[in-house]
Design a protein around this ligand. Structure first.
Ligand code: ADP
Ligand code: MG
Length: 590
């Protein structure tokens, strides 16, 4: 009664399958990483759900992953005891593309095809389950969810536009719980079915999976067996008449097959930072967050006392997309080593630090922690504070690095995020401000820090001067600059739309106020009131005449001491928006 049902793949899946099957992608071995990571996800999910639904664990089997390779037939099986799939879940998960990873891949693929480049996108994004078709002609997925009393079998072939589902009827193939994938390898890819090859790949790709991975390995031990002495040999010894039949022992290797633990299950964040190499941190980052470049920086720390947790934070080398407003899944939260969620970063980090990635493992939170609990929790408030501080320490570390390129890269990728931080996080202004970078009238090609600015201030200079403009050229040509340049005062050029708002939020740096040189009350500390009065009187009629001519277009026409070579300039009122802000508001870019 094994009824076979046929399903068509969603169009996107067909496209993806087509691509995978015909791909010349050479790094096919990534399929194992993808499938093991699915098994690990399924185990994580089970462990997480079982906290509130203990009956999911009613089948008492260990949470693990087992991989068997049959080299004679070119078959690999990967079995996990995770959450499995119901029939509906099977149709949904392995027939459509609902998950973000693959959707992103397709988007990137389209873009790269439009750009005419054919990069290593498969390896970069990981194409999930479908990557099994990089090496397989046929894939069979047999799966048993603890929520269903039936086990179902999904079967698909490379290049086909449909797949089938039936109930598992073979009693030998019934699973207590979880999923078994059977891969029938393509003729040219049968090498992957060697046990040693599998062992090597698991060690390489799945080092940081937190469930045991066993591989089926041939083993041997030597044992001594008694053998009769070879009569021919005895004869050679000469004197055959005296030769007694002597017993002799011989060493032989007994061969057998058994499961062998192949990965290290101690999570890297539990290890002593002194024993972890940079390479291991980088590997962990790349494997955990599906990144392909080394991070710019990492920070591994433990906090004790009031709240105990361990964490490793990273700054990725490049930002993948504009992450500010997206759900980012950047922080993986564990409670007592159990993966809880990667959906809580908003609670653990302010939005503007959402580019920081990492893992956080707490012993003080309940396993059934929810967003609501996190939002209310005092422990989380303390964690958040510490995490933010550590993140800033890490960023400061990049800025102090000998390799200047690192911070340039950082700033290019994440400068906007820090400016957003100036607006959103007053409490951390002290930490953000030293990290900001600007061009200036004395440094038009290289960004400078506020510390560099302050160091370069003239003894008589009280304030930090800036001018906001829509480009470096218009900042350089602003008439307001003339007097300051004459006095050799440096002026920051705020040319990014967010710069001015950020600076206005900071208000001051090291007790020096930020002063907009385009505002009308600019005081450069060199007023000569007598002289000003004289000149004002002399030109008062000229001013009146100009005001009459311009009418409503200006509020006032005044004599000013702010220019040295230009005859006149349009300025913004003391309390009004600067010209730049007005432009911004009009363009509604904020
Ligand atoms: P992703 O892992 O990014 O969601 P995949 O293509 O790797 O995408 O997998 C698709 C979906 O199939 C998973 O989200 C999961 O629901 C399901 N799945 C795959 N492998 C397993 C497994 N071993 N156990 C349970 N569910 C699985
Ligand atoms: Mg996956």
């Amino acid at each position: 009664n094994a009824q076979l049902e046929k399903f068509e793949y969603q169009a996107e899946v067909s496209r993806l399958m087509d691509l995978i099957v015909h791909s010349l992608y050479s790094n096919k071995e990534v399929f194992l990483r993808e499938l093991v990571s699915n098994a690990s996800d399924a185990l994580d999910k089970l462990r997480f759900l079982s906290v509130t639904e203990p009956e999911l664990l009613k089948e008492a089997v260990d949470l693990d992953i087992r991989i068997q390779a049959d080299k004679d037939n070119g078959i690999i099986t990967i079995t996990d005891t995770g959450i499995g799939m119901t029939k509906e879940e099977l149709v949904d998960s392995l027939g459509t593309i609902a998950h973000s990873g693959t959707a992103k891949f397709l988007k990137a693929l389209k873009e790269s095809q439009e750009a005419g480049s054919d990069s290593n996108l498969i390896g970069q994004f990981g194409v999930g389950f479908y990557s099994s078709f990089l090496v397989s002609d046929k894939v069979v997925v047999s799966t048993k969810s603890p929520k269903s009393d039936k086990q179902y079998v999904w079967e698909g072939e490379a290049g086909a536009s449909s797949f089938t589902i039936r109930e598992e009827t073979d009693p030998d193939k019934l699973l207590p719980r979880g999923t078994r994938l059977t891969l029938y390898l393509k003729r040219d890819d049968k090498e992957f079915a060697h046990p040693e090859k599998i062992q090597k790949l698991v060690k390489n790709y799945s080092q940081f999976v937190s469930f045991p991975i066993y591989t089926w390995q041939e083993k041997g031990y030597t044992k001594e067996v008694e053998v009769d002495e070879d009569p021919a040999e005895a004869k050679e010894g000469g004197d055959d008449s005296k030769a007694e039949k002597k017993k002799k022992t011989k060493k032989v290797i007994e061969r057998y097959w058994d499961w062998e633990l192949t990965n290290e299950t101690q999570p890297i964040w539990l290890r002593n930072p002194k024993d972890v190499t940079t390479e291991e941190y980088n590997d962990f980052f790349k494997k955990t967050f599906n990144e392909y470049l080394d991070p710019l920086a990492s920070s591994h720390f433990t906090t004790e006392g009031e709240v105990e947790f361990r964490s490793i934070l990273y700054v990725p080398a490049v930002k993948k997309d504009d992450m500010i407003d997206r759900k980012t899944k950047n922080i993986r939260l564990y409670v007592k080593r159990v993966f809880i969620s990667d959906d809580f970063d908003g609670e653990l980090f302010p939005r503007y630090l959402s580019f920081v990635k990492g893992v956080v493992d707490s012993n003080d939170l309940p396993l059934n922690v929810s967003r609501e609990i996190l939002q209310e929790s005092r422990i989380v408030r303390i964690m958040r504070k510490r995490l933010v501080r550590k993140a800033f320490d890490m960023i400061l570390g990049i800025s102090l690095s000998e390799n200047k390129d690192d911070y340039d890269k950082f700033w290019e990728n994440y400068g906007k995020f820090l400016k957003l931080g100036c607006m959103e996080d007053q409490a951390n202004h002290k930490r953000i401000a030293p990290l900001l970078r600007f061009f200036s009238s004395q440094s038009e090609e290289q960004l400078i820090s506020l510390d560099e600015y302050v160091e370069n201030m003239k003894p008589e200079q009280k304030d930090i001067y800036y001018i906001a403009a829509d480009s470096l050229t218009s900042a350089q040509n602003a008439p307001f600059l003339e007097r300051l340049v004459e006095k050799d005062f440096e002026v920051l050029f705020l040319v990014d739309p967010m710069d001015e708002v950020a600076i206005q939020n900071l208000k001051s740096y090291k007790e020096k106020n930020f002063v907009d040189i385009s505002k009308e009350d600019l005081d450069l500390g060199d007023k000569n009131e007598e002289k000003e009065k004289e000149v004002k009187q002399e030109f008062s009629q000229t001013c009146e005449w100009i005001k009459k001519r311009l009418g409503e277009k200006v509020a006032r026409v005044d004599i000013s001491n702010r220019l040295s070579t230009s005859p006149c300039v349009l300025v913004t009122g003391k309390f009004g928006w600067s010209a730049n802000m007005e432009r911004l508001m009009r363009a509604q870019t904020m």
